[in-house]
Design a protein around this ligand. Structure first.
Ligand code: GLU
Length: 513
C-alpha cells in the first residue's frame, strides 16, 4: 500500500519520566514514518499545568536522542509553518476553535462549580444510582449556557465567574472508530460524558488540543497506546463537529508485567529491580526515582530491538534487527491486538547479542568511564583487548567491571578453597620455570602462549588440573573467566610475572597458616 505524505507524531505529556511504553510508541511512529518516507513529529502536550513536571521534557528529548529516534519536526528541531510544537505556546489557537464549536452548537459554557458537581455526585451516590456523569441526560439540569438565558451567560463571563467549555455529546448514537490494529470499535454515545475541552484560564484539555493540533499539523496516522482508545470516541465527535477529515488510528497493545498478569507499571520496576524506563530519573521521593535501561548497562540498539518486538511481529523467526531492518520490515498490519509480556530476560538476551556484535573499540569507549571511575587508567590497547575477551561473558555493560575488575586491580580476595587444595609450595619452581619459558617467547598471542604451556606441561609431566586452576586464580582470583592463555596473553610477560609472583606469595602464606 503506497501512502503519500505520511505525517505521524509522538505526543508525550511532560508529567514525569517517559515510561518504556512511551518509548515503544515513539519507536513505532518513527518506524512508520521512515518506512513510508514520511515525517516524524515530536509534540509536547503540556497543557495540564497541575501535572507538569520540570525536567520531564528534557528527559523525553534525551531518551529519544539516546535511542536514536530524533524527530524531523518538534521543539528545537524545526518544522516551520507547523510549529510551535509545545501546546502551552499554542493557547490562542485552541480558544479560537473552542469558540467555533460554541457558535456551531457543538459545545457550551458550563458554570457549575466544583462544589456543585460534588453535590451531584453525592446525591447520585446516596440514591444508589450509577456515578454522576455530566452528559445528555443530566446537562439540562445543570448550570450552563443550554439552561441559562443568553444575557445571564454573558453577565457571568464578564463578571469573571469560573467557567468551562464542554463538548455537547449527542445522545443515543453509536460511534464508530476504525482502528488499523483492532478493526471497527463501537462506542455508545450515552456512555460518554460531556468532556471539558477548555477551562477559564484559557487552557484547553488534552482532547481539544490533541485533535486541533493533529488537524493543523496534518497528521495522517495516530499511533498511540491502547489506553487512549476510549478517548477516541470523543475525538471522532470533535472531528465531526469541525467537519475535518480524521487521521487513521492505530492503538498499540498493552505491555504486561513480567508475570503476564496485568499492565506493567512503574512500580514493577522498583519491586522487581528491573528498569522500565529508558534513562534513570530522580524524582522528589525515592518512590519516584527509577533506574533506566541506559544506567543498567543496556545498549540503545538492544533496547530498540527488544521494544520493536513487544507488540509487533515480523511474521518470521528473525529476532535480531538493525534499525534499518526494522524500518524495512515494519508494517502496522503486523501489530498485535493482545498484550505483550515484558520479558526482562529477553531484554538481557538482546543486550548480550548486541554487546557481542559491538567492536572492541566501541566497547572500550563505553567501559573506560567505569574503569576510570574506579581510579584505573588502562592503555587503550589493553582495554580493547580486555573488552574483546570479555564481551561474550557479559550481559550488561557494568558486568565488564563487576566480573572483570581483577584485570585492573591487584588480587585481594581469591578462591582460597581451591588454592588450599591445589597449591604445593614445592611446585613453585615449576611455575617459575613456566614463567621464564613464556617470557622467552617471541610472539605473545594466545595461541603461541597456549602451545608453549602445553609443551612445558608435557615436558615436566604436569597435568592440566595441577596448573590451570592455580594460574587462573593467581591471575584473576576466581575459577570463572576467560581462558588462561588468553589472559596471559592480555597481561603480557612483565605483568604476568608480577601478578603470578605476588599471588604465589599470597598462596604460600595461606597454606602455611
Ligand atoms: N499526551 C498524550 C500522552 O501523554 C498523547 C496521547 C496521544 O498520542 O494522543 O500520551
Amino acid at each position: 500500500m503506497e501512502i503519500k505524505n505520511v505525517r505521524v507524531r509522538f505526543a508525550p505529556s511532560p508529567t514525569g519520566a517517559l515510561h518504556i511504553g512511551g518509548m515503544r510508541t515513539a519507536l513505532y511512529n518513527y518506524l512508520f514514518a521512515r518506512k513510508t518516507g514520511g515525517t516524524f513529529i515530536l509534540r509536547i502536550e503540556d497543557t495540564d499545568q497541575l501535572r507538569y513536571v520540570p525536567g520531564a521534557e528534557s528527559y523525553i528529548l534525551e531518551s529519544l536522542q539516546w535511542a536514536g529516534l530524533l524527530p524531523d519536526e518538534g521543539p528545537g528541531f524545526g518544522g516551520g509553518a507547523y510549529g510551535p510544537y509545545r501546546q502551552s505556546e499554542r493557547k490562542d489557537i485552541y480558544q479560537r476553535y473552542a469558540q467555533e464549536l460554541i457558535r456551531s452548537g457543538h459545545a457550551y459554557y458550563a458554570f457549575d462549580t466544583p462544589e456543585m458537581l460534588e453535590a451531584c455526585r453525592q446525591e447520585t451516590q446516596e440514591k444508589g444510582e450509577s456515578a454522576f456523569k455530566y452528559d445528555s441526560q443530566t446537562r439540562l439540569k445543570m448550570s450552563n449556557s443550554l439552561t441559562l438565558p443568553e444575557e445571564e451567560v454573558q453577565a457571568r463571563i464578564e463578571r469573571g465567574d469560573p467557567w468551562a467549555i464542554r463538548l455537547k455529546v449527542p445522545s443515543g448514537e453509536i460511534i464508530e472508530v476504525d482502528d488499523l490494529v483492532r478493526g471497527i470499535v463501537h462506542f455508545q454515545s450515552n456512555e460518554l460524558d460531556d468532556k471539558v475541552i477548555l477551562k477559564s484560564d484559557g487552557m484547553p484539555t488534552y482532547h481539544l488540543a490533541n485533535i486541533v493540533d493533529d488537524h493543523l499539523m496534518e497528521i495522517t496516522h495516530v499511533i498511540r497506546g491502547e489506553e487512549w482508545l476510549p478517548s477516541t470516541a470523543h475525538h471522532v465527535l470533535l472531528y465531526r463537529a469541525f467537519g475535518w477529515e480524521m487521521p487513521r488510528f492505530s492503538h498499540l497493545p498493552l505491555i504486561l508485567k513480567p508475570s503476564g498478569q496485568g499492565k506493567l507499571s512503574k512500580r514493577d520496576g522498583v519491586q522487581l529491580g528491573i528498569p522500565v524506563f529508558p534513562l534513570s530519573w530522580k524524582g522528589d521521593t525515592p518512590e519516584d526515582s527509577f533506574t533506566g535501561f541506559r544506567e543498567a548497562g543496556f545498549l540503545p540498539n538492544a533496547v530498540i530491538n527488544f521494544l520493536a518486538l513487544l507488540g509487533w511481529n515480523p511474521g518470521t523467526d528473525q529476532e535480531l534487527f538493525t534499525l534499518d531492518e526494522l524500518v524495512e520490515a515494519f508494517t502496522i498490519e503486523k501489530i498485535g491486538k493482545s498484550g505483550s509480556r515484558f520479558d526482562y530476560d529477553k531484554a538481557k538476551w538482546f543486550n548480550q547479542q548486541y554487546i557481542m556484535a559491538t567492536s572492541d573499540e566501541t566497547l572500550a569507549g563505553l567501559v573506560r568511564p567505569m574503569v576510570e571511575a574506579q581510579g584505573y587508567h588502562p592503555r587503550e590497547s589493553f582495554l580493547q583487548a580486555f573488552c574483546g575477551m570479555m564481551k561474550e561473558r557479559v550481559v550488561v555493560l557494568s558486568d565488564f567491571w563487576d566480573t572483570g575488575r581483577y584485570f585492573f586491580e591487584d588480587l585481594v580476595v581469591f578462591d582460597e578453597k581451591t588454592i588450599a587444595k591445589k597449591w604445593d609450595t614445592g611446585n613453585k619452581t615449576l611455575f617459575e620455570g613456566m614463567i621464564s619459558r613464556l617470557e622467552a617467547l617471541e610472539s605473545f598471542d594466545p595461541e603461541t602462549v597456549h602451545q608453549a604451556m602445553e609443551a612445558y606441561m608435557q615436558e615436566k609431566n604436569l597435568k592440566p588440573g595441577d596448573v590451570f586452576p592455580i594460574l587462573r586464580i593467581a591471575l584473576i582470583g576466581t575459577m570463572k573467566g576467560p581462558g588462561v592463555a588468553e589472559m596471559l596473553s592480555l597481561f603480557g610477560p612483565a605483568e604476568l610475572r608480577r601478578r603470578l609472583e605476588r599471588a604465589f606469595g599470597l598462596f604460600d602464606a595461606l597454606v602455611s597458616q
